[in-house]
Design a protein around this ligand. Sequence first.
Ligand code: GDP
Ligand code: MG
Length: 303
Amino acid sequence: MDEKSEFKSGFVAVIGKPNVGKSTMINAIMGQKIAAVSPRPQTTRKQQLGILTLENAQLIFTDTPGLHFEKHKLGKHMNFEAQSALMDSDVILFVVDVSHPPSNEDEMIADILIQEKLKVPKLLVLNKIDKLKKDDLEKAGKKFQAFVPGIKTLNVSSIKNEGMGELLDKVIEFLPNNPPFYPEDQVTDYYEREISADLIREAALIILRDEVPHSIAVRIDEFTERGTEGAYIQATLFVERDSQKGIVIGKGGEMIKKISTHARVQIEDMSGRKIFLNLRVKVKKNWRNDEHTLGLFGFKSRK
Ligand code: GDP
Ligand code: MG
């Protein structure tokens, strides 16, 4: 197989009224492929956009900004921004809460989706199936399906991480053959990892003041998505001498706790989600002169 020509890549617009579970769904999708996930800091963290790069596909999930649910804005009067966000996408995911009967807002979105000019493929995502009995699901789902005749439907429980694999497969089917839009090293969790390491180091320098001058390096050992709960980061602070290790840890672990709290708040602010941060301290003599160690810390391999 010629990998490059088989590669699929595209934009997946996520649309649905508030509280149906869009954010939870995206987090579940992202959490599934930890190593290749990046909710891109700065530009997108507030829009719940994520970029998922798999072996043969790259999915760029986008929010639908400009969608208003106030009465006077209902129906066909969706603003231009939202219209073009949908038109510019390759697939639209219409997310609904199947545990509740459809409301006007669901219908309003459906009205947008059935517009003749909106030729983008659409998938109906029936979320929160965990709240329904199997027998009731079909009936409940049909009410939503009726809004968009013939729409392909997926049953998922974002909170239980059920149905995500199938959802991804379906989405990928609709994506055009394209090389990835974002270079791979930009869409891995590289950004967040790197920025997190910087923030941890910065926190250490702020809390320790001049006590352990710049002989601290930070390595992120683990960066794991925890779905709706946020993310878990395990990191090691490297110092050059045993005496420095003592200072960094502090009496009864007081210092490292302070550093950890400071860093955690910064990382949460940067990434827009809850962070569980676990720090430890290790001595690595003369790490600054050690080629191998520098490589570990990423000083070498940056192209
Ligand atoms: P959004 O406004 O569409 O982004 O919705 P959120 O992702 O913020 O979810 C709204 C609420 O629905 C939250 O309390 C979620 O925990 C809950 N929720 C999301 N997905 C599911 C699901 O699959 N099952 C259940 N039972 N609850 C869910
Ligand atoms: Mg949301």
